[in-house]
Write a protein that binds this ligand. Structure first.
Ligand code: DC
Length: 227
């Protein structure tokens, strides 16, 4: 039997990874695993439980007890933790910050990487995050590394938050996002960097449909090569 299709999408915040991943999942009828949502959930739940986000053991113990799943489409990629849907509360700038801080801990990463592999085991998946093509699925069929200019990324994040009813100052957001990206790319464990065999997509001047078509062309190329 053919191995399930795994598509790895990595890149910094605000490049359009989620839109692309959701589009691919719908188009190819495979699950969408939003790994950033999982780190966000750990950050939010750790804070709520009074766990210090710098406490590797405390955050790791919490992460290991949580059961993650993604609600079947529609809509694809909605996270459930211990059976409870988590959406609005994990999409705030504070949740992004908490996720970035607790994602530095090896114990948290070990628990979530294991959960991510389980989630994709049966039916394959499109997974998006920071370490999918380098750590979680280094043998993924298709690996994409998406980038965009920093200002454009901040503008997209701002737009996204605005759509959720969260108003922030664009310059402040650009600064906090830059600090988060720096932390995510310079941390000791599984930092963000492109896998050597990842296809790079600069989405700065591309619309969502164009990015999706570019990614679908890579899937088609892989399918042709696999025959
Ligand atoms: O993609 P996002 O903005 O929802 O991710 C939130 C944070 O989670 C991000 O700043 C770093 C962390 N993260 C990670 O370390 N590894 C992943 N695979 C996904 C996210």
């Amino acid at each position: 039997m053919a191995a399930p299709l795994i598509i790895a999408i990595d890149g910094p915040s605000g490049v359009g990874k989620s839109t692309l991943a959701r589009g691919l999942a719908v188009h190819l009828a495979i699950p969408y695993v939003d790994t950033g949502a999982m780190y966000r959930a750990v950050g939010v739940l750790a804070r709520a439980a009074g766990i210090d986000l710098d406490d590797d053991d405390g955050c790791g113990r919490l992460a290991a007890t949580l059961a993650f799943d993604f609600l079947d489409p529609p809509p694809p990629g909605r996270l459930r933790v211990d059976g409870r849907p988590m959406e609005g509360e994990i999409r705030t700038p504070a949740a992004a910050e908490a996720a970035s801080r607790c994602s530095r801990h090896p114990s948290v990463r070990a628990a979530l990487v294991a959960a991510q592999r389980r989630l994709a085991a049966d039916h394959g998946a499109v997974l998006e995050g920071r370490d999918i093509g380098t750590v979680v699925f280094p043998a993924a069929a298709v690996k994409l590394f998406v980038t965009a200019d920093a200002r454009e990324r901040a503008r997209r994040r701002w737009h996204d938050l605005q759509g959720r009813g969260i108003t922030v100052n664009l310059d402040d957001l650009a600064q906090t996002e830059a600090a988060r990206d720096l932390r995510d790319t310079t941390r000791a464990h599984a930092p963000l960097f492109p896998a050597t065999d990842a296809v790079r997509i600069d989405s700065t001047h591309m619309g969502a449909a164009e990015v999706l078509n570019r990614a679908l062309a890579e899937v088609a190329r892989w399918r042709d090569a696999d025959r």
